[in-house]
Ligand binder design. Structure first.
Ligand code: MIG
Length: 841
């Protein structure tokens, strides 16, 4: 019996009637009682009435909170005993709903809950009274039914199609390199647990859900349903009503925290490889970049630099301190940055990192003996920081201080933080038998990680918090950069958990140098955009196995458009530096990096805005066209959009010089030439894609994009802060267009709190047949330094079918087929400005 709580006030009185109705037997043994309604939700007790199962929680407290008009929280906790709950992730939520977009109904007999969308009555999810809902101590099932075909996305981390096909997906952080996950039983684990999903129905309406739970779990995806099965914690479930995919993502990120503001330089070009065995090798790479006229923003170093793989140490013989200092000083003098790796495992050997941690008692405790848990990683035996210990962050910061005094890094790379362990459980001991009623992923959960029976501060069990290790390590690393270096954090971590993006970033881990892996990187990038980690990308040219000239060349064309653009390579693979395969790769790499450079203000501005509003930057095209069902699957992952302005169709296969490209119904211009695209009826266009040509990009009519002048000669993106801008205006069919530019110092950590940025809004509209106006509306409090973002050099108009006559800024005008060019006499970008553009009638 479904009963709407909105209309029901006399809830408690219904209960008597329910008493008589315990007739049908279902798999769900919980019965509802004591419902108490309140303005912002309701509470009830669920009592277990099933057969005697020793693990079943007897009395559950159900709490439903109407967080706001679009978000709902459903909590189920043990009324009698405390259970593990994930701390400190959820941001303060309003709990104020005036115009709720959802309706909640509770089934009064057997427990059941149904949430529908007010706008069209569709079921957002329901837990049916006859479902296999179950709440046993170490085996909880939260079965969501969607009632009609529903496409599901998210539920990371994995390498898979963006849309999750029916199957089982495991959420348990693990150092596993792929393979491609098609949902076959038992599920596969990867570096992170991200229990958020996006659901899309044929109506074109999207919703989302998030299970706040850090235990190992499986997610069973089916055509019309999703079932979470977790081995502990509580059910703390959040629903987001959208209705568009981008709305769902924003609602989710408002809950877990919007992305941290990262520095301008982090959008530059990053170079990395494992196996540069000494400082000479690093120097040679930087020299090669300079000598070959290639831009380089950030140089990285992998574990090679460490002394015996000891965290916070530098091998003095191979990286002599004075030469190393000079090397980093020179990078900094050239506006370049330096990022070293720091691994999770602290070597268990007589040195300051280990001794100091022992003294402060900040390591995870062994289940087998007094003292720290002992695993094995690169340095040999190793121990692991217990991030729940209140002294852990201070310890970590103090160690990083020592490290920073030897190697003046600008950002940090956190690896092996799932946490990875070369032993299964504790080295030298048999893993403690978990004796689980159900094992997510089907394989012993102690395999190659910290024994789940190990303990943290306050007796917190590794069993409950395993999935949070990487997130907490990255958070502590990020707070070092903010608190002790007073800069915005760049922490590129391998593992993550919901809330990670509020502090740190990610790369996609060990991929392979294959065409498949390059293609899969697109869907994985989409997923992390939803998870709230915009600064993300995969190893360009591929990590494992040998790349080829052609693959690497195509990967530059794609990868230089990732939000985070870094080439990285395994120690075992052949060289893949941009000069390793002859002139063609070198030329294309250079052109591709410089294309990114020309877009740098657009990239920075769009990602910056996500820290204000949440949302995605590098996104599936259907996020902008949610009703176009062909984009959901057929054309889901062979193209992407940058914000809502650029669509990209990269080449993802070998041996071709053109590709078919599907376009959603809109006005599109070739980004490079301004030629408007003539769409056939099926809107599939055969685009030429010679390997020497820049990647196919089209700009949507209605967009304004600021382009950096001198991108073709700059050595770093830092230089492009001080060059003029060209405004690219692509007209929609009404002659309108708009876009944004964020101007700030690009580095201060407190920019948002101080509102020390200027968000310039460009608005183009038609005043008459022969006259249009470009309005530049600034908002915010940043005063540019001299020369910074000073002026507009040119305005280029795509879709301009008249001859230009002049502008209020003076300067010459030109007409090239469908485009017009207005030279500006250094229009300044500081105050509110209107530029008039005139055309011959
Ligand atoms: O066990 O530091 O994913 O990027 O180059 C391998 C060496 C350890 C794994 C990382 C990879 C890195 C490598 N690391």
């Amino acid at each position: 019996m479904w009963k709407g709580l909105l209309v029901s006030l006399a809830i408690v009185s219904c209960w008597a009637r329910m008493e008589d109705l315990k007739l049908y037997t279902t798999d769900n043994p919980y019965r509802v009682s004591s419902v108490i309604n309140s303005e912002n939700g309701f509470k009830a007790t669920l009592s277990y009435t099933g057969p005697l199962i020793k693990d079943s929680v007897q009395n559950l407290l159900l709490e439903v909170f109407y967080l706001n008009d679009y978000s709902l929280r459903v909590r189920l906790t043990d009324q009698n005993n405390a259970r593990w709950e994930v701390p400190d992730i959820i941001q303060k939520t309003e709990t104020e709903a005036f115009n709720r977009q959802y309706k909640v109904e509770l089934n009064y007999d057997k427990f059941g809950i149904k949430v529908t969308r007010v706008a069209n009555g569709e079921v957002l999810f329901q837990v049916k009274p006859d479902s296999d809902f179950q709440y046993n101590d170490r085996d909880i099932i939260w079965p969501l039914e969607f009632n009609e075909e529903t496409y599901l996305y998210g539920l990371g981390e994995r390498v898979s199609n963006f849309r999750l096909k029916p199957g089982v997906y495991t959420l348990f952080a693990k150092d596993a390199s792929g393979p491609f996950d098609d949902g076959k039983f038992p599920g596969d684990s990867l570096y992170s647990s991200q229990p958020f999903y996006l659901a899309l129905k044929k109506s074109g309406y999207a919703s989302g859900g998030f299970l706040l739970n850090s235990n190992a779990m499986d997610a069973y995806v089916d055509v019309t349903s999703l079932k979470y099965r977790t081995i502990g914690g509580v059910i703390d479930f959040f629903l987001f009503t959208g209705p568009e995919p981008e709305d769902v993502v924003r609602q989710y990120q408002a809950l877990i925290g919007k992305p941290v503001l990262v520095p301008y330089w982090s959008f530059g070009w990053h170079h990395c490889r494992w196996g540069y065995k000494d400082l000479d090798a690093l120097e040679a790479v930087v020299r090669n970049y300079t000598e070959r006229g290639l831009p380089l923003d950030v140089m990285w170093t992998d574990i090679d630099y460490m002394q015996d793989y000891l965290d916070f140490t530098v091998d003095d013989s191979r990286y002599p301190p004075e030469k190393l200092k000079a090397f980093i000083d020179k990078l900094h003098a050239n506006d370049q940055k330096f990022i070293p790796i720091v691994d999770a495992g602290v070597a268990m050997t007589d040195y300051f990192g280990y001794n100091e941690g022992l003294k402060r008692n900040v390591f995870i405790s062994s289940p087998n003996h007094p003292g720290p848990f002992i695993g094995k990683v690169w340095p040999g035996l190793a121990v692991f920081v217990d991030w729940f210990n209140p002294n852990a962050t201070q310890y970590w910061h103090d160690m990083l201080d020592i490290f920073h005094s030897n190697m003046e890094f600008d950002g940090l790379w956190n690896d092996m933080n799932e946490a990875a362990n070369f032993c299964t459980g504790e080295c030298g001991y048999a893993p403690v038998d978990l004796n689980l009623p159900y094992t997510p992923g089907g394989e012993d959960l102690n395999s190659r990680t910290i024994d789940l029976s190990s303990t943290h501060y306050n007796n917190i069990s590794e069993y409950d918090v395993h999935n949070m290790y990487g997130f907490l390590m990255a958070k502590a690393s990020a707070s070092y950069i903010v608190e002790r270096m007073h800069k915005r954090p760049v922490v590129i971590s391998r593992s993550s958990f919901p809330g990670h993006g509020k502090y740190a970033s990610r790369w996609l881990g060990d991929n392979g140098s294959t065409w498949d892996w390059m293609r899969w990187s697109i869907g994985s990038t989409f997923s992390f955009q939803m998870f709230g980690i915009p600064l993300i990308g995969s190893d360009i040219c591929g990590f494992n196995y040998n790349t080829t000239a052609e693959l690497c060349t195509r990967w530059y064309q794609l990868g230089t458009l990732y939000p985070f653009a870094r080439t990285h390579n395994s120690i075992e693979a052949i060289d893949q530096e941009p000069w390793s395969f002859g002139d063609q790769l070198l030329r294309v790499a250079n052109k591709s990096i410089r294309l990114r450079y020309s877009l740098i203000h657009f990239i920075y501005s769009e990602v910056f805005k996500l820290s204000l509003t949440g949302g995605t930057y590098f996104k599936p095209t259907f996020f902008n066209y949610p009703k176009d069902t062909l984009l959901w699957e057929t054309y889901a992952e062979d193209n992407f959009m940058l914000s809502d302005k650029l669509i990209v169709h990269p080449v993802l296969e070998s041996g071709v010089d053109h590709r078919l490209a599907y376009f959603p119904d809109d006005l599109w211009y070739n980004f490079y030439t301004g030629a408007s695209l003539q769409l056939p009826e099926n809107r599939v266009v055969d685009l030429s894609a010679d390997i020497e040509d820049p990647v196919n990009i089209h700009i949507r009519g209605g967009s304004i994009i600021p382009l950096a002048d001198h991108a073709d000669t700059a050595k770093t993106i830092e230089q492009l802060r001080n060059t003029p801008l060209t405004l690219l205006i692509a007209l929609d069919k009404h002659g309108q267009a708009h876009g944004d530019l964020v101007v700030d110092d690009g580095i201060s950590p407190d920019t948002l709190e101080k509102s020390a940025f200027n968000l310039l809004r460009f608005e183009h509209s038609q005043a008459s047949n022969s006259h249009s106006k470009l309005r530049i509306v600034p908002s915010g409090d940043y005063t540019p330094k001299k020369g910074e973002y000073e002026s507009i050099s040119r305005i280029v108009v795509y879709g301009c079918n008249k001859a230009p006559a002049g502008s209020s800024a003076g300067g010459k005008v030109y007409k090239y087929s469908e485009t017009c060019l207005f030279e500006m006499n250094g229009v300044r970008l500081d105050g509110e400005t209107v530029i008039d553009l005139f055309y011959k009638d």
